[in-house]
Design a binder for this molecule. Structure first.
Ligand SMILES: [Zn+2]
Length: 206
């Protein structure tokens, strides 16, 4: 594996990264869940754990990256919501962090093969610190996944595909029908649409 790039299982999306979807009008922010699952590729925007690595997708939360307490008017704003694992959401609490779509990208964070993260900008460093992403337990967790994926790549291609596959229950966003969708063109990029049209790859990196 190329040691100059990040490990396959911990690749941040490149920047600039724009949102694909723009649903508006749900009174209950939980209704944004299917959109956020697809938007963030079924992984935590902070630590990159995937739904497919756990047992139930209920371990994931919808996080307001500008806390509701700081700006209640953003509580149901799609663009202020990100898909986050429960642990990262708890660790972040009411801290304010930079927009993860800009602060946590392949240009701003390097993941070493020993599991450590390096923030390459002040915003990335701050996000890593506030979210406790470089604690010994997080580094150990990352190192184990990196090694498992390396071994599976060498010895068991079928096993290797599994951590990089899509969940079976990817949502049909066309059936969700928010009041308004500011980015309707994103529907054609959703995993469900691509699967329906035979365009969804078996595995993905980010
Ligand atoms: Zn997380």
């Amino acid at each position: 594996m190329d040691n100059n790039s990040d490990p396959a299982c911990f690749q941040h999306p490149p920047s600039p990264r724009e949102r694909r979807h723009g649903p508006v009008g749900y009174s209950d922010y939980a209704s944004y869940r299917p959109w956020l699952r697809d938007e963030f590729s079924y992984r935590c925007v902070y630590c990159l754990i995937r739904e497919q690595w756990g047992r139930v997708s209920g371990e994931f939360d919808l996080d307001h990256f500008v806390p509701q307490t700081a700006n209640p008017s953003l509580a149901s704003e799609y663009d202020n919501l990100v898909y986050s694992c429960h642990s990262c959401n708890l660790r972040k609490g009411d801290d304010t962090i930079p927009d993860p779509l800009k602060a946590l990208t392949s240009q701003t964070v390097k993941t070493n093969f020993d599991g450590t993260l390096v923030g390459l900008t002040p915003e990335a460093e701050r996000a890593i610190r506030v979210l406790f992403l470089n604690t010994p337990d997080m580094i150990r967790w990352r190192r184990i996944w990196i090694r498992i994926c390396e071994l599976a790549a060498e010895r068991d291609p079928d096993l290797y595909r599994q951590p990089f596959s899509y969940p079976d229950d990817i949502p049909d966003l066309q059936a969700c029908r928010p009041t308004l969708n500011l980015r309707p063109e994103g529907l054609n990029q959703s995993a469900f649409f691509r699967r329906e049209h035979g365009e969804l790859p078996e595995t993905y990196l980010f």
